[in-house]
Design a protein. Structure first.
Length: 261
């Protein structure tokens, strides 16, 4: 039962919906496809391998935020098989949609507490935060194993992703080195900003807005798109009302704050 002044009613007009889920799914798949098409083109010498350092740092954060937003709209049963597999790879052993969704839900439910699966990303000095962000692709798989063990599905999907990773490495040659270095740099910096930088103020844990000069916001929006920028700048509003679509976070800040969330 929803009461007349419940958040579900007050903020429902700003929630993400079916159209958002379709767009986010397309965005995630397109980023993944473009990255691998560029990698293939570089491996075939159709374009210089160094050009991957231009495209991958744009495609990775766009993919990451699209998947993140999709977590709040779709369960693992409601996404397609490719999305469940999450074949945009940065490490030999990686997790799929099911595992990352579970971790993300745990982060929202237990933020900065011992039960938060992402707590390791928030702890320690900025240097420790940076190291954890850049090693997160490996840590995620092993931390999941230590918490939940390994079932047949995870073994099968990990195997599929491992075979794909090895195929990319074998077929990509020097182009794969450019791809992986660029992807890991983009992933690490994105994770550091999205976790450590947005959840720490000195020794204090929480969730905070990010203020940037207007010209920086314009440039980053041009490169990464408005969803990435809004989801990052207004991460505190997102934590208060996770169902609000990224495009509405800025406009809903005052209403959410007035609600006491």
């Amino acid at each position: 039962m929803e009461f007349p002044d419940s958040p579900a009613r007050r903020f429902a007009h700003a929630y993400g919906g079916e159209a958002d889920a379709r767009v986010l799914t397309l965005e995630a798949h397109l980023c993944n496809a473009l990255a691998y098409i560029h990698l293939a083109a570089a491996a075939l010498d159709a374009v210089p391998a160094w050009t991957l350092a231009l495209s991958i740092p744009i495609l990775v954060p766009r993919w990451m935020i699209a998947v993140h937003e999709l977590f709040h709209l779709r369960s693992e049963r409601e996404v397609d098989p490719v999305m469940r597999l999450l074949p945009f790879l940065f490490t030999p052993l990686s997790l799929g949609y099911r595992e990352l969704l579970t971790d993300h839900r745990g982060h929202h439910l237990h933020m900065a507490r011992s039960a938060d699966p992402e707590l390791y990303q928030l702890r320690g000095s900025p240097l420790q935060g940076l190291v954890n962000a850049f090693t997160a692709p490996e840590q995620m798989w092993f931390r999941w194993r230590s918490r939940h063990g390994i079932d047949n599905r995870l073994m099968a999907e990990t195997g599929l992703r491992l075979v794909l990773f090895m195929g990319l490495a074998a077929g990509g040659g020097i182009a794969f080195v450019w791809y992986l270095a660029s992807a890991r740099m983009a992933f690490g910096l994105s994770y550091f900003i999205f976790f450590y930088a947005l959840h720490r103020r000195g020794e204090e844990y929480g969730v905070y807005p990010l203020a940037l000069p207007a010209w920086v916001v314009k440039v980053v929006t041009l490169l990464l798109g408005p969803v990435v920028v809004q989801a990052t700048l207004h991460h505190d509003v997102h934590h208060a009302q996770p169902r609000i679509a990224a495009r509405h976070l800025a406009g809903m800040r005052a209403a959410v704050s007035a609600n006491g969330d």
